[in-house]
Design a protein around this ligand. Structure first.
Ligand SMILES: Nc1ncnc2c1ncn2[C@@H]1O[C@H](COP(=O)(O)OP(=O)(O)OP(=O)(O)O)[C@@H](O)[C@H]1O
Length: 293
């Protein structure tokens, strides 16, 4: 395997404002790689820097082994990009925009444009300014995929798509991946990442805090624990090493746990319990732990 995207200590500052700092990532050929973090974490900044839409402050960024700034033109021929906010030549019809885009790639993309439009149910002959937000998003998706790129970069791609169309979209991305495309997929919606990605990088406050395989993340040592005690029991003193995000509400409590199970059971045994649940945490619960650290 070879890295399609590789960054080393990639840093971008907007004057005094933090963009991203020391981002080191490797996305391997054929992966669907998730990039997840809350709003403002630095996902779009990383992506725009990779595409040389903005200049890095320091560090290295390579795509297909080429330097993202020096070899930008060569790289972009084989990259499909769906920006988080789509701006278009509004008075054009979708079909004309696609023809115009295709002319850059010097490829006949008409068959693929037709297939994508039919799959996504987009009227190609409508003016973009007359389209709903969801249909404008579809225009962005088709524009990103029409040249069958080797690398697809999607920045929050599903906003504005209804759930049925989201499923169609995910199936489409899986199909593009099956034909050999590598995919970088940014999102703040955890269930989306869980649905489609092989590995995920978590970014927080401009820095990567973890890179993991999705299945390993779910099988990590973390457990979700919740319990309920009999009326009158005071849970405020509940404490065990390894418990995080502890929330106590009346007679019930819940937390994420990674630690000595015996210590957990001993602590639980101090309370008159009526119920205990120890389960695999959802991705949401696992990520909350990263977000709140
Ligand atoms: N053009 C800009 N000028 C100044 N600061 C910026 C600019 N663009 C982004 N930032 C700052 O950089 C940081 C990272 O923002 P970025 O948009 O990359 O985050 P994000 O993870 O993509 O979040 P979102 O989902 O909200 O777009 C934020 O603190 C943001 O305020």
């Amino acid at each position: 395997m070879s890295a399609v995207i590789e960054t080393k200590n990639l840093t971008k500052s907007y004057g005094r404002t933090r963009g991203v700092a020391d981002v080191s990532l490797a996305v391997e050929e054929g992966e669907i790689f998730g990039f997840i973090g809350p709003n403002g974490a630095g996902k779009s900044t990383t992506i725009r820097t990779l595409l040389s839409l903005i200049h890095k402050t320091s560090g290295e960024a390579r795509i297909f082994g080429l330097d993202c700034e020096a070899d930008k033109v060569k790289i972009l021929k084989d990259v499909g990009y769906l920006p988080s906010e789509v701006f278009y030549y509004d008075n054009m019809r979708a079909v004309d925009l696609f023809k115009y885009s295709a002319s850059f790639y010097k490829k006949d993309c008409s068959k693929k444009i037709g297939e994508l439009a039919s799959l996504l149910q987009l009227d190609l002959h409508k003016k973009i300014e007359d389209m709903s937000l969801g249909n404008k998003k579809k225009v962005g998706i088709i524009q990103g995929l029409l040249h069958s790129p080797r690398l697809i970069i999607l920045d929050e791609p599903t906003s504005g798509l209804d759930p049925l169309m989201q499923k169609t979209f995910f199936d489409l991305i899986k199909k593009e991946n099956a034909r050999g495309a590598t995919v970088l997929f940014s999102s703040h919606i955890l269930s989306e990442v869980q649905r489609i990605c092989d590995r995920v990088a978590i970014i927080k406050d401009g820095r990567i805090v973890s890179v993991q395989k999705i299945n390993e993340l779910q099988q990590s040592a973390y457990k979700a624990v919740s319990f309920t005690a009999r009326a009158g029991a005071d849970l405020r003193g509940f404490a065990v090493p390894g418990a995080q995000n502890l929330e106590i509400s009346g007679q019930s409590a819940g937390f994420i746990f990674k630690g000595d199970v015996n210590a957990l059971l001993t602590e639980l045994g101090r309370y008159p319990l009526v119920n205990v649940d120890i389960t695999e945490p959802t991705l949401e619960e696992i990520f909350m732990h990263y977000y709140s650290e």
